[in-house]
Design a protein around this ligand. Structure first.
Ligand code: PMP
Ligand code: GLN
Length: 389
């Protein structure tokens, strides 16, 4: 009996589940998986509760509920000046994850190449493989993680169909600047490529200019699918409500795949998400400001105890270089860390094809209560983190 189709062979189980399971077994503080300790606005939760209690419990339309689609259109227009027609340029999905998967399944044929920026979010590698595509990574390197546009240009071949982007970037925390985005846009235009832009951290930018969607660059709106979700910006990661916006041809492609994956997404949550976007537009700003303090606490704390750590411009993740501790790689380190220190983190090497570029990097999530971060730092300071068998 066959137990796994070739399209899934060799894809490792998601590192987030693996590290959370180790953290739970050890009773460790989980600075691994990126979910916040606190929930989003209480009135939004109340709106969802009402929807459940008062009968919004049947299928939503495949594209999404009209109130949410309109709220997404308003969000893109008021924040970024991007105009999307609610009739056919927006689709609601089961998290950004489904939007990304549906986009890749709908637009990538076997043998097609997709450019990704590594370290890449793990679902990208999985869905590209499921589509029969080939990923072509462009490498970001510690400590500044600047995008090498020449390397991106060199990664394009006559099989390339798509650039799959993520800025603010998980796991490095890098936020691509106008120069990098303009360079990517030039490459996409020149080679007539689709850009799929994963912007789930769009509101979590601490330093420098605010997030700018690639779709705002000249000639890009007509070739860019812009993807986001309510998870990170409004602290509802468990709701799994996301969206994709773009030209109707690309949105129709996403819908063509999505209708056979989930058909429709989380009916009773959609009006609540519309409320979050419309009535709590400033909520992510307050979240960002409180996260900035927590970022500084964690990054300064780690550096103080001798673990070199970057200060990310965006997202809620910071990276450390653990090469001074003598471990063969960060995966070995992260597997033992919960037991050694009572803290969990994510090994970044699993997001790189270039093994050496990521071997020494560890990711910490700082979207946790301040007291949890303080306690984690104390535990890390007390523990002996040097390599042992
Ligand atoms: N892309 C990136 C870069 C992420 O970090 C995450 C995790 N939130 C996702 C996509 C998935 O988002 P969602 O939970 O909305 O599916
Ligand atoms: N996006 C979250 C992270 O990067 C985790 C999502 C997941 O567990 N798949 O940590």
């Amino acid at each position: 009996m066959r137990t796994l189709a070739a399209r899934l062979e060799g894809i490792r189980p998601t590192i987030f589940a693996e590290m959370s399971a180790i953290a739970n077994r050890a009773g460790a503080l989980n600075l691994g998986q990126g979910f916040p300790d606190g929930d989003g606005p209480a009135t939004v939760v109340e709106r969802a509760r009402r929807a459940l209690a008062e009968g919004e419990n049947q299928y939503a339309p495949g594209r999404g509920r009209p109130d949410l689609i309109t709220a997404i259109a308003e969000h893109q227009q008021t924040r970024y000046g991007l105009a999307y027609d609610p009739a056919d340029q927006i689709v609601v999905t089961t998290g950004a994850t489904e939007a990304i998967a549906a986009a890749v399944l709908a637009l990538v044929d076997p043998g097609d190449e997709v450019i990704v920026v590594e370290p890449y979010y793990d679902s990208y590698a999985a869905v590209i493989q499921m589509a029969g595509g080939i990923r072509r990574p462009v490498t970001l390197r510690w400590p500044d993680f600047r995008l090498d546009l020449a390397a991106m240009r060199a990664a394009v071949s006559d099989r390339t169909v798509m650039i799959l982007l993520n800025s603010p970037h998980n796991p490095t925390g890098a936020v691509f600047g106008d120069d990098e985005l303009a360079g990517i846009a030039a490459i996409a235009r020149e080679h007539d490529l689709i850009v799929v832009s994963d912007e789930v951290y769009e509101h979590l930018v601490y330093d420098g200019p605010a997030h700018r969607p690639p779709a705002t660059f000249p000639g890009m709106a007509e070739r860019t699918l812009t993807i986001s979700s309510v998870g990170k910006s409004w602290s509802f990661t468990g709701w799994k409500v996301g969206w994709a916006c773009g030209p109707s041809s690309l949105v129709s492609a996403v819908l063509a795949a999505k209708q056979w994956l989930t058909f429709t997404s989380a009916g009773p949550l959609q009006s609540a998400v519309a409320m979050a976007l419309r009535e709590h537009g400033d909520w992510p700003v307050a979240l960002r400001d409180s996260l900035r303090d927590r970022r500084d606490l964690l990054c300064e704390g780690l550096s103080r105890i001798g673990i070199p750590t970057n200060t990310p411009a965006g997202t809620y993740f910071a990276l450390s270089d653990i090469s001074g501790l003598g471990w063969p790689d960060s995966y070995a380190f992260c597997r033992r860390l919960p037991e050694l220190a009572g803290v969990a983190a994510i090994p970044v090497g699993v997001f790189y094809d270039d093994i050496e570029a990521g071997r020494h990097l560890v990711r910490w999530a700082f979207c946790k209560e301040t007291a949890v971060l303080v306690e984690a730092l104390q535990r890390l300071e007390r523990a002996d983190l040097r390599f042992r068998d």
